[in-house]
Design a protein around this ligand. Structure first.
Ligand SMILES: [Zn+2]
Length: 210
């Protein structure tokens, strides 16, 4: 089978493959998570998974298009309320793709961490993040308090991203991870690297090695 993350495939096909890949790892079970990629920059248009879709059976008809205000402009279905966060990340970072997972380890760790961030340092896998050259890199991932008012949460997020220009991701407490990349393959790589690292940190803490 042709690699659907190949740039030759349609954006919808590539998002479906990316989403199914993350679901297979258990990071986006049921209808959780959402995945987007930039279709055009001016005017800003994002292809994004529709709300309420089971990610194990994600298909191209489940991908809709939203504008710079996270409003539906194409496709059948309702865009996820979290489309506001995707748009905020694209505007703040110039990202080409944004991926959001709901994994066990990001849920457990953000519950167990009172601080507003989780710092990860000293692991070889950090070098999978764009621009990171050494395991000695410290990745400080901010934690935002979860909320259901997504436009308001997007406003909080804009402030945090502006203060942390080097961050590759952020977490929502007891909810999950957002990461991004200049294109979809880079965003998928970041999701896999970060989910690996959060599992390592969580397992290490549970072994008493903090
Ligand atoms: Zn979510």
């Amino acid at each position: 089978m042709e690699n659907p993350l190949d740039p030759g495939a349609s954006i919808s096909a590539r998002l479906v493959e990316a989403g199914r890949r993350l679901e297979r790892r258990g990071w986006s079970l049921g209808t959780s998570g959402n995945f987007s990629a930039v279709v055009s920059e001016d005017p800003l248009r994002l292809a994004i998974t529709a709300s309420g879709v089971d990610k194990a059976s994600l298909s191209e008809k489940d991908i809709v298009e939203v504008d710079e205000n996270a409003r539906l402009v194409r496709g059948d279905g309702r865009p996820s309320a979290e489309a506001h966060l995707h748009v905020a990340v694209v505007k703040a970072r110039g990202a080409g793709a944004v991926l959001h997972t709901h994994s066990v380890w990001t849920t457990v760790l953000t519950d167990a961490t009172e601080a507003g961030e989780i710092s990860i340092r000293g692991y070889e896998m950090l070098k999978g993040l764009a621009g990171v050259q050494t395991h000695e890199h410290e990745e400080s991932v901010p934690i935002l308090e979860n909320a259901q008012d997504m436009p308001k949460l997007a406003g909080n997020l804009e402030g945090i991203l502006a203060k942390r220009p080097g961050a590759h991701a952020f977490l929502l407490r007891r909810h999950g991870l957002y990461t991004w990349g200049r294109d979809l393959p880079e965003a998928v790589r970041h999701a896999e690297i970060l989910e690996f690292l959060f599992e390592v940190v969580g397992r290490s803490r549970s072994l008493g090695r903090d």
